[in-house]
Design a protein around this ligand. Structure first.
Ligand code: SAM
Length: 267
């Protein structure tokens, strides 16, 4: 078990799909458009959201290797969307076995909603292993620290700051980069001579979006767990945000970055 429930991944998937940056996705698609078959490794695949989001924009023939350390999520990551797409799953702990996941004939490595969980050291290793193999890398939906509530509440800043402290705790890869992950990865790819195309993939949530209530509960739970803000202040904040939601007048933007990194001269 990774702590990411099937229910949570299922609920966020349509929001993620809508938020994906279309220009970045199109750049990925162009880079393999002439290939007779696209060979993709999706790291930390969960239940296969990236496969479902991308299979329609890649060449018709595709082979996917889906990698995760959570067997119950991996079990949901099948079947293939059609007969031209082959899908294999493999259980791997990416803390130890990243290199195994990347070995073999691969055109593209993908990840979504993952990089903010990992440490600076692990990202450096990822960039090195991708670059020595001259692979392309597409990372979608990396949280980037931008949170905007409308209307604002005086406690928003304290709750979001606590959430960010929680984001930086160790998720198994060492101290997580959290909101700094995408910028760090992009900088490292540029340093090894890769070209990077990037764009925002924010969740823009209105009062009718169930995910907004879940995010309010998630911010409050993270703030309570990490400490530093009085529980009464957290409860008061959550109650005010829930009443605004009940009155159909709360909006929330959660910032994400999508990027596509590729060896220069290889598109
Ligand atoms: C937020 S989920 C994203 C899942 C999927 N990419 C998506 O967009 O729905 C993070 C994923 O990272 C996986 N994960 C976390 N630590 C891992 C590790 N050490 N090795 C492999 N996968 C890991 C979790 O099991 C989970 O599927």
């Amino acid at each position: 078990m990774s702590g990411f429930s099937i229910e949570w991944l299922t609920r966020r998937e349509p929001y993620d799909r809508r938020a994906r940056n279309t220009a970045v996705l199109a750049a990925v698609a162009r880079s393999v458009a002439t290939y007779p078959s696209a060979r993709v490794v999706d790291i930390a695949c969960g239940t296969g959201a990236t496969l479902r989001a991308m299979s329609g924009v890649l060449p018709q023939r595709q082979s996917w290797l889906l990698v995760d350390n959570d067997l119950s999520l991996l079990a949901r990551a099948q079947p293939a969307p059609n007969a031209d797409v082959t899908v294999r799953t493999t259980p791997l702990d990416l803390v130890h076995d990243l290199e195994t996941a990347l070995d073999g004939p691969v055109d593209l490595v993908t990840a979504s909603a993952f990089l903010d969980l990992v440490s600076a050291e692990w990202i450096e290793r990822l960039v090195t292993e991708i670059a020595v193999r001259k692979l392309r890398f597409y990372a979608a939906l990396t949280y980037d620290g931008r949170v905007g509530f409308e209307p604002a509440d005086p406690s928003d800043a304290a709750i979001v700051a606590a959430f960010h402290r929680h984001q930086r705790t160790d998720k198994g890869f060492g101290p997580a980069l959290g909101p700094a992950a995408a910028a760090t990865a992009i900088g490292l790819f540029e340093r090894v001579g890769y070209t990077v195309e990037q764009g925002a993939s924010d969740w823009i949530l209105g009062p009718a979006d169930d995910l907004q209530m879940e995010k309010v509960a998630g911010f409050a739970a993270a703030a309570a767990e990490i400490g530093g803000v009085a529980i009464s202040a957290i409860d008061g904040w959550a109650a005010r945000r829930k009443s605004l939601l009940a009155a159909n007048s709360s909006h929330l933007r959660v910032g994400h970055i999508d990027f596509f990194a590729y060896p220069t001269g290889r598109r």
